[in-house]
Design a protein around this ligand. Sequence first.
Ligand code: NAD
Length: 374
Amino acid sequence: MIIGVPRERKADERRVAITPDGVRAVTSRGHKVLIETNAGVLSGFTDAEFKSSGAEIAQSLDEVWEKSELLVKVKEPAPEEVKFFRKGQAVFSFLHLAVAPELTKTMVEKGVTGLDYDLVMLEDGRLPILEPMSIIAGKLAIQCGAFALQAHSGGRGILLGGVVGVRPGKVVVVGAGAAGRNAARVAIGTGAEVTVVDVNLSRLTPFTLPPLKARTIFSTPAAIEREIADADLVVGAVLIPGALAPKLISRPMLGSMQKGSVIVDICIDQGGFAESSRPTTISEPTYADSGVVHYCVTNMPALVPRTSTIALTNATLSYIQTIADLGIDGALRKNLPMLRSLTSYQGHLTNSVIGEAVGLPALDEAGRDELVGR
Ligand SMILES: NC(=O)c1ccc[n+]([C@@H]2O[C@H](COP(=O)([O-])OP(=O)(O)OC[C@H]3O[C@@H](n4cnc5c(N)ncnc54)[C@H](O)[C@@H]3O)[C@@H](O)[C@H]2O)c1
């Protein structure tokens, strides 16, 4: 199979979808990897390294899209990539379709096969490709939030860990999955006073005993309102796979927060958990609304592209190999985690949660399974 890897086009995106080691693993099985020139440079991987791992270097974006059966990317296709979509071609990437009705419609209409990293799900419900990116974003959330809390950034001028004789900062983490758990761990490490909120009590249990002791709170609107009122830093890390993030901070709740406090909305890629959240970029990461500093970067792992590119390849490689070895149709029939990631196929939207979010008709699971012949 010919696997194409374009240079990412999203603002400030510095990751690339595969490492030279990943290329070697794929090409050694007899497949071809066509990578756009300089695609890896911002992650510290040169064309020469890719070439010596067996990749072919394409001189343009057109060449990658025109020659490849499978496109492997980091972020959703950019507007300049959409024009290359063709029937039967597959795109394996973070797609975030719940917040992209137009892209969803185009992928369906053009007959592109969409495979969303976010939705690759194992039997136990774990999301093996999203997870490492969420761990990275969670760890970064505290350092980005701490920076935003500094007075020169517009924050309250609070040091999260405090100092002898002075109360530490209060951090509230909403959602204790991969991202939230790691944000909470880092926050505890700084010496901040930490509260972790989730609807799933088993996600809160690790925080009930040292060394990760934090206050654990069951998630209800009233509890969140109480907790954020005197918080310095609030981290949003909730997820309902495929769906828009639930809005857990309403405008009136925002109004009750302290001036100069900070919201880091990690789940902004799914629309954000605060009504006041809107996507920002790494170059311009924050804005103030009602006196609260908002950090809403949709691609936080791009802040540490070397780590993130290696971690992403570690997570995607076995799936890329499966698709390359079995073909797209074979992989969908034989590999259930892969099938769960299917968003569009042969002109149909194949995920009803996304269908609901974007207002388009979609097949249910039974319809999807029949369509792929499983
Ligand atoms: N901005 C970025 O750069 C970036 C990077 C990676 C991940 N993310 C996003 O971070 C979010 C979290 O991802 P994850 O991998 O940690 O997900 P996860 O599934 O591991 O965890 C989500 C948690 O949210 C909890 N939850 C759901 N509804 C809730 C509610 N009403 N109140 C409280 N908790 C609730 C779930 O019980 C679960 O524990 C996702 O939207 C993901 O796309 C963003």
